[in-house]
Design a protein around this ligand. Structure first.
Ligand SMILES: [Zn+2]
Length: 321
């Protein structure tokens, strides 16, 4: 009988829970188009309900999937915050309120569901999901999530590189302009201040793109305005892309990856944005490093985070009977 593993991707606005057949979680030698779930549910995140409310919600999702696909062996949760994957304790979240001070998410959900639970950072899970889709094609992979903020994951030699405090891949806090704008991270001129969705929208707004608005335009408004000839909007897109490309050039030199895969809302800015990112990165990196790196969109799609979380849970608990 097929063993079932659940993966849950907790987002700032939406939470996606999916059931996977255990054998699909290893990736394939030839790579695969995108992960396939046995079943998937998407609900608005109970963002303001705090840790106990989120645990209630996750337990409810596990229960619904259990009734559809049978008893799962384990659950993996990708959570948007600072979290220790070894004990599943969340230390803080800038996306969800009420998580400062340490909450044992994995233990609380295990208590409710009566099955093993692994909890890990959401970008780490998505990065691992992307790697599994490309397993056999690439050994050294960097994944960048470019949305409101910038995060990501590092896979080296087919393994997640987590770092000494499990907080590697904070690409958004990488310095591009050392005298630049202050950032809430405590740094200044970091990629978050220059290339994130927030930064692009603010830049467009200050330059009067999309007409005089009371608040920064959405990325969609900026993309539409740029396509219609709004030069301030086009310049904001171009500047964000150049800053990101510069950051990626640094990563190419530091890690010499075979692939840099990009995902997140900012990719909605379109092919011109991506081509500027690519051109900037490749022209600034050491030529040999540039020659070996594909810079492209993530392939794992919407399920990446849930898929990676399930796979990490299966890695940890699959052999335990
Ligand atoms: Zn920063």
């Amino acid at each position: 009988m097929t063993e079932v593993v659940l993966g849950i991707d907790v987002g700032g606005t939406k939470t996606l829970a999916a059931a996977f057949a255990a054998e699909s979680l290893l990736g394939t030698r030839a790579g695969q188009a995108a992960p396939t779930a046995l079943d998937a549910l998407r609900v608005p995140t109970a963002a303001t309900a705090g840790p106990n409310g989120i645990v209630d919600q996750l337990a409810g999702l596990v229960e619904r999937l259990r009734s559809h696909v049978g008893a799962p062996r384990a659950v993996g949760v990708g959570f948007p915050g600072l979290i220790d994957h070894r004990d599943g304790v969340v230390h803080s979240s800038v996306i969800l309120p009420g998580w400062d001070g340490g909450f044992a998410l994995a233990a609380a959900l295990r208590e409710r569901c009566g099955m093993p639970v692994l909890a890990d950072n959401d970008a780490t899970c998505a990065g691992w999901g992307e790697y599994l889709v490309r397993r056999g094609e690439v050994e050294h992979l960097l994944v960048l999530t470019i949305g409101t903020g910038i995060g990501g994951a590092i896979v080296l030699g087919g393994r997640l590189h987590r770092g000494a405090s499990n907080t590697s891949a904070e690409f958004g806090n990488m310095t591009i302009d050392w005298r630049g704008e202050d950032h809430s991270s405590g740094n200044r001129g970091c990629l978050n201040t220059l290339a994130s969705g927030t930064a692009i929208a603010r830049r467009a707004w200050r330059a009067g793109a999309c007409g005089a608005l009371g608040e920064p335009p959405t990325l969609e408004q900026i993309a539409t305005a740029a396509a219609a000839g709004d030069t301030a909007a086009a310049e904001a897109i171009e500047t964000g892309a150049e800053a990101l490309g510069t950051g990626i050039a640094n990563l190419l030199n530091a890690f010499n990856p075979g692939c840099v895969a990009l995902t997140g809302g900012v990719l909605g800015l379109g092919p011109r944005w991506l081509s500027t990112v690519r051109k900037t990165a490749l022209s600034r990196a050491f030529p040999l490093n540039a020659a070996h790196a594909n810079i492209e969109e993530c392939r794992a799609g919407q399920l990446a985070g849930a898929f990676g979380a399930a796979a990490l849970a299966w890695d940890r608990f699959g052999a335990v009977r």
